[in-house]
Design a protein around this ligand. Structure first.
Ligand SMILES: *[C@@H]1O[C@H](CO)[C@@H](O)[C@H](O)[C@H]1NC(C)=O
Length: 508
């Protein structure tokens, strides 16, 4: 990917950073990249909210029937955090190969079925003898972009899953801001719950179909291996693994920690606390879950509700002892650059997210090192290493996106209604682990329920809006009466007597 404007007027952008304590005062040649930093490569494919019903699965810890071999699924993904992680699948009869983005923040299996300038090929439904259209239209709007198409079904072959599956497919006929320049995928695999499926939850999502048709356990796990790699390298995309049916032990080290799924629509979890360095942000824990906190592989960055974001930025700038960052860096429109070899990570604190443990009076923390959230961007200018801030602010909840997920092997244990985190074996940069996990901690100091919003709030919002509509109706009725009454009075006396009547002037 090309980032434009690669010549930097050095004099204008050299900031002196005073690091320091009483003892030492030295400078780091930090430069803020002035060019137009194109951050459009970041995905934020979180669909705007919908709701209806949901399903649940059977609980099995591993794959006792021996239907799938987890090791065969290791390294079945390609991609990076900026452009998403994708898997090769074969659709239709005869098979057409497509790369499909893995997205735990939506629930449709949707593939390009018409040409688009940013994709190399598409699924030609006319060439598949097994494709059946249902004739139903479908449209999905994401935080960024949207697509429209028609619903159908066809056969799908996934590496390592035996047999031919029949899957609901949304054939994308038109889209906007969905396929981006440089992406190497032509479709999206929504792995969340039926509640998010469009047009409604009767469209069985891909993984529900896989579980029903193969009998594998209702669990999948995701390892994304782009930690510390440049977010804009075109060559050699990092790998990753989507393990369907269970957990592959060779992909992680240490213990697996589980947090309950609060509501089954997105993978909604409960965040209890945030720490920058060892400093507790100390916000009301409801702020972290405003209006929800979700685990979403289809979102590039760690996204934080505005209040939380501001307080994290403030804490990071204080802890990093770097005062001169332009707001453009924190806002994601500018890069910070250092002379080659001057990796800046030692100046930044660790970031910890405390999640409710399955024992609800306990929590555990997932910690990311700056190597994960201060992200290198390749080759802006020859003598500099440039980095972007991997955290952004959000108006629709906290999103544990790829920035964080790249540190962990994440288990979506739908059977047990929980999400597991363990330190990923590929979350290593220059020989050091860039993520940590520890617990248990007592959650006695936080509220018993921090998940203020989310799905539970939706019916409440409807109640409130209906109540408001009722109030409006009553007010209108009163106004109508006022309108009628003076008329009658005028009929009698020929004059409006109520000076305060809102409708007086309309009658005249
Ligand atoms: C849950 O955590 C509390 C507090 O740490 C502890 O006292 C209790 O024994 C735990 N319960 C279970 C079932 O492990």
């Amino acid at each position: 990917m090309a980032y434009h404007g690669s010549s930097i007027p050095l004099s204008a952008f050299v900031f002196m950073i005073c690091l320091g304590t009483a003892k030492s005062l030295y400078t780091i040649p930090l430069r803020i990249y002035p060019g137009k930093f194109n951050s459009s490569l970041d995905l934020d494919l979180t669909p705007l909210k919908t709701f209806q019903d949901s399903t649940n699965g059977l609980s099995l810890a591993s794959d006792p029937a021996g239907i799938v071999n987890f090791l065969n699924m290791v390294n079945n993904l390609q991609g990076d955090s900026g452009r998403g992680y994708y898997m090769e699948m074969t659709l239709g009869t005869p098979g057409q190969k497509l790369n499909i983005l893995v997205d735990t923040g939506s629930s449709n299996f949707a593939v390009a079925a018409a040409a688009h300038p940013f994709i190399t090929h598409f699924f030609n439904t006319a060439l598949s003898s097994t494709y059946e259209s249902t004739g139903r239209a479908v449209a999905v709007r994401y935080t960024q972009g949207n697509w429209e198409g028609e619903l159908g079904t066809d056969h799908v072959l996934i590496p390592s899953i035996p047999g031919t599956l029949t899957i609901n497919i949304a054939a994308i006929l038109s889209s906007e801001g969905f396929f981006l320049p440089g992406v190497n995928w032509q479709g999206i695999l929504g792995l969340a719950y039926p509640l998010l499926a469009r047009p409604d939850s009767s469209v069985e999502p891909f993984f529900n179909s896989v579980v029903r048709q193969t009998g594998i356990p209702d669990v999948f796990s995701l390892q994304m291996c782009g930690a510390g790699l440049s977010a804009s390298t075109t060559a050699d995309p990092a790998g990753g693994s989507l393990v369907m049916g269970g957990v592959e032990p060779t992909l992680y080290s240490g213990s697996m920690w589980y947090t309950p799924i609060k509501e089954e629509w997105y993978y909604q979890v409960e965040v209890l606390k945030l720490e920058v360095g060892d400093q507790n942000l100390n916000l009301d824990c409801k702020e972290y879950n405003m209006d929800k906190a979700i685990v979403d592989s289809g979102t590039t960055l760690l996204r934080l509700p505005v209040n939380v974001f501001n307080s994290v930025v403030e804490a990071i700038s204080r802890t990093s002892l770097i005062q001169d960052f332009s707001s453009g860096f924190w806002g994601g429109t500018k890069l910070a650059c250092w002379l080659k070899g001057e990796t800046p990570w030692r100046f930044f604190p660790k970031l910890s997210i405390y999640l409710r443990a399955t024992n609800t009076s306990q929590s555990f923390k997932i910690t990311i090192l700056p190597q994960l959230y201060i992200q290198p961007i390749t080759d802006v200018e020859g003598t500099l290493d440039c980095f972007r801030f991997g955290i952004s602010s959000s108006a629709n909840g906290l999103v544990i996106g790829a920035t964080v997920m790249e540190g962990f092997y994440v288990v979506f244990d739908r059977a047990e209604k929980r999400v597991g985190f363990a330190v990923s074996k590929c979350a290593v940069n220059g020989g050091i682990a860039v993520s940590e996990i520890s617990g248990p901690f007592s959650s006695a100091d936080v509220a018993s329920d921090c998940a203020a919003g989310g799905l539970l709030k939706e019916p409440l919002l409807w109640v409130i809006s209906y109540a408001l509509m009722a109030v409006c109706a009553v007010v209108l009725l009163i106004l109508l009466l006022l309108l009628v009454l003076p008329c009658r009075r005028r009929n009698r006396s020929g004059e409006i007597t109520d000076e305060s009547s809102l409708v007086r002037h309309r009658i005249k």
